[in-house]
Structure formats: C-alpha cells, structure tokens
Design a protein around this ligand. Structure first.
Ligand code: SAM
Length: 180
C-alpha cells in the first residue's frame, strides 16, 4: 500500500494542556491505520516525540513533523484535501471519489481539535462527516482511513521494528525480531 500516493494527516488546533492525549492519538492512529505521516500544528512538540518514539520501537516508515503555519501548508499542498468534520458530506457517499483521487495523487487529511477556521472548509476538496454526529478526531480519522484503504491497512507490515507483537488468543507476547 505504500507505493500508493502519500496520505498525510494534519492535526489542527492543538491546545497545550488540553489536547495532549488526543493529539498523540491522532498521530498514533494515523500511523497504525496506513497514513504515511502526520503534521502537528502549533506547539505539539511532546506529542511529536511520542509518535516518533513509537515509530522507532514498532517500525515505520512514518513521518512526523510540526508546523507553525498550517494555513500555508493547506494553501500550498500539492494534492487533494479532505477535511473531517461532523458538518460534512457522509463518508459513505464520497469515499469512492476520494479513493479515485488518491489513486492519482497525494491526500492531506485535516482534523481539528476545537473550532476549525472556515478557510479550511473552503479549501477542502471534500468536507467529510463520519456520521453527522459530534464525536472525535481520532474516531473519524480511523473510520476514514479504513474506508480509504478498504481494510488493506490492517495487513500492513512494518520496516525495522525493535519489537513485534505476536497475536495471542490470551495474554501478551512481544518479541525482538532479531532474536527470532
Ligand atoms: N464542531 C466540531 C466539528 O467541526 O466537527 C467538533 C469538534 S471535535 C471535538 C474535533 C474534531 O473531531 C473536528 O475538528 C473533526 O475533525 C472531528 N470530528 C468530530 N466529529 C466528527 C464527525 N462526525 N465526522 C468527522 N469528523 C469529526
């Protein structure tokens, strides 16, 4: 799946002191469910470190960066832009169009924390609702990525992990692949 055009997630509106875990979980969910990288806007440095640390331990590739100019990133992005919002068009109605566009070029998937500037709605090629009910950026990102990749992300393999979880019916087993 990683020969496909890139999918980058942009996390907007991080509020220090309030959104730490959610921002970290946006990054981890983006990585686990098939995106190629996350960009964290505005002072989310510790959260970036956590996602880099997980990538180091559990494998990559996955790019983590931050920006103080998210609006510029949105304006200058060379590809199509998806904004996840409860006010958007139902994901089940637009997913085929988004998949078709992704076959042709990169996608930027934007999620918010608090109120997202109207400019983002205007710049988006698709404002996408995962239901039109309020819930969370982590949940909407997970469902959206799974629809985009049609489940292929669940079988992904990782490069250079220090540790690999061996699925168990009961209990936990984590191995160092170099010891196997
Ligand atoms: N009123 C906000 C909105 O625009 O969706 C809700 C803010 S919510 C706490 C934070 C983020 O979660 C939103 O910016 C959006 O990215 C995501 N989100 C929440 N509910 C969603 C839904 N039903 N569909 C898609 N994304 C959603």
């Amino acid at each position: 799946m990683h020969e496909e055009p890139r999918v980058t997630v942009l996390r907007l509106g991080h509020r220090p002191g309030r959104d730490e875990r959610m921002t970290t979980h946006v990054g981890l969910t983006a990585r686990a469910l098939g995106a190629d990288g996350v960009v964290l806007a505005n002072a989310a440095r510790n959260q970036a470190d956590t996602v880099v640390d997980i990538t180091d331990r559990f494998g990559g590739p996955f790019d983590v960066s931050s920006t103080d100019e998210p609006r510029k990133l949105i304006r200058d992005f060379e590809g199509r832009l998806v904004h996840l919002t409860m006010y958007g068009e139902p994901v089940q109605e637009v997913e085929a169009d988004v998949r078709e566009a992704h076959a042709e070029g990169p996608l930027l998937v934007v999620v918010g924390a608090e109120k997202v500037p109207f400019e983002v709605y205007e710049h988006a090629d698709w404002n996408v609702g995962v239901t039109n009910q309020p819930h969370s950026e982590v949940a909407s990102l997970a469902v959206f990525l799974d629809r985009l990749f049609e489940g292929r992300e669940l079988d992904r393999e990782w490069d250079d992990p220090d540790r690999v979880v061996v699925p168990q019916e009961t209990g936990k087993r984590v191995v160092d692949p170099d010891d196997e």
